[in-house]
Design a protein. Structure first.
Length: 317
């Protein structure tokens, strides 16, 4: 992991735009774009901004990790295809466009509206070499947008599905749920105890010849055997069947499940009362509350208090 000292050397450039940055069908969504640069590594990103983000005190953050090479500019259309359903559901209600009942449409938007962060590796290396930059990017954006501190969700397709497992294994207290799609992990090297702490839903095509479904099936079985909260869907189809099922075919079941998951308010302790925890959770939407209070002192770095994302990074070192 990149140390916090190294994080300070990273450069984040950001702009807000709505234009042909992502391609047909997705180019009319407001989003912030930019990149994080750390030495020889560059991570581009798009943060989709739901229409409700200026009106709600805090909204969930969904992080989507793309498949191998899909972050390259020449593969933008491929990236669009894999995440189209996710974009439309979190950014604008496609499913109820034909419904004339405004209350129904409003309740749908309120339930599923979310920030959608799409980091993109332009070239060189896989996610294992960039997950620390994703964490740093989340921290930087956490300072400018009102993310719901109880509801950080992580999902990814193919190589991003493996990275979803890897990142949850590294930071099990950071995410309220994880959704590896057409990816998975190696049971022999997985931290099953860590993965068992986070609700997971695996999606994988039963006839996927690109990534063997056993990477999802075997890991799912190991997590369930350890008492974890995991689900598995094996739709008939190949590599693309995973995201088609999660984001489209079973959307009416998948999205309610995802957005129900949240990190609970901590139990009262000598250092943190229940009221203080609730106030921090509800009113300080930019503080990631998987409480990192040690003794009576919150984490400090360079004379300033860290956001909870950074606190988590320190705690994991």
């Amino acid at each position: 992991m990149m140390s916090l000292n190294a994080c300070c050397l990273a450069l984040m450039v950001e702009c807000v735009a709505a234009g042909p940055l992502v391609g047909p069908g997705l180019d009319d969504f407001a989003r912030a774009t930019g990149q994080v640069i750390d030495r020889r590594r560059t991570l581009n990103y798009e943060l989709f901004l739901p229409p409700a983000h200026t009106e709600q005190p805090a909204l969930p953050l969904v992080v989507y990790l793309h498949g191998s090479t899909d972050g390259q500019p020449s593969k933008q259309q491929r990236l669009n295809d894999t995440m189209r359903g996710l974009v439309h559901t979190t950014q604008r209600d496609n499913a109820t466009r034909g419904v004339r009942d405004p209350k129904l449409a409003a309740s749908f938007d309120e339930q599923f509206a979310a920030y959608l962060l799409v980091p993109k590796i332009a070239s060189g290396g896989g996610w294992s070499n960039h997950l620390d930059m994703v964490l740093d990017l989340m921290h930087n954006l956490d300072q400018h947008y009102s993310f719901d501190p109880r509801r950080f969700y992580l999902t990814g397709f193919s190589d991003g599905g493996f990275a979803t497992i890897d990142m949850i294994k590294r930071y099990p207290n950071l995410f309220a749920a994880g959704v590896p799609i057409s990816g998975g992990g190696f049971v022999a090297t997985a931290d099953i105890d860590a993965l068992s702490q986070v609700p997971l839903w695996f999606f994988h095509g039963s006839d996927d010849f690109t990534v063997d479904p056993r990477f999802s099936v075997d890991l799912y079985r190991a997590i369930v055997a350890a008492g974890g909260n995991a689900r598995l869907s094996l739709p008939f189809g190949g590599h693309n069947a995973g995201y088609e099922t999660a984001f489209r075919d079973r959307a009416q079941e998948f999205y309610p499940w995802l957005f129900r998951q949240m990190i609970p308010v901590p139990e009262p302790t000598d250092n943190l009362s229940a009221l203080a925890a609730l106030v921090m959770l509800v009113t300080c939407g930019r503080s990631r509350l998987v409480t990192r209070v040690q003794g009576k002192r919150a984490f400090q770095f360079g004379g300033r208090q860290l956001s909870a994302v950074q606190q988590h990074a320190v705690a994991q070192r």
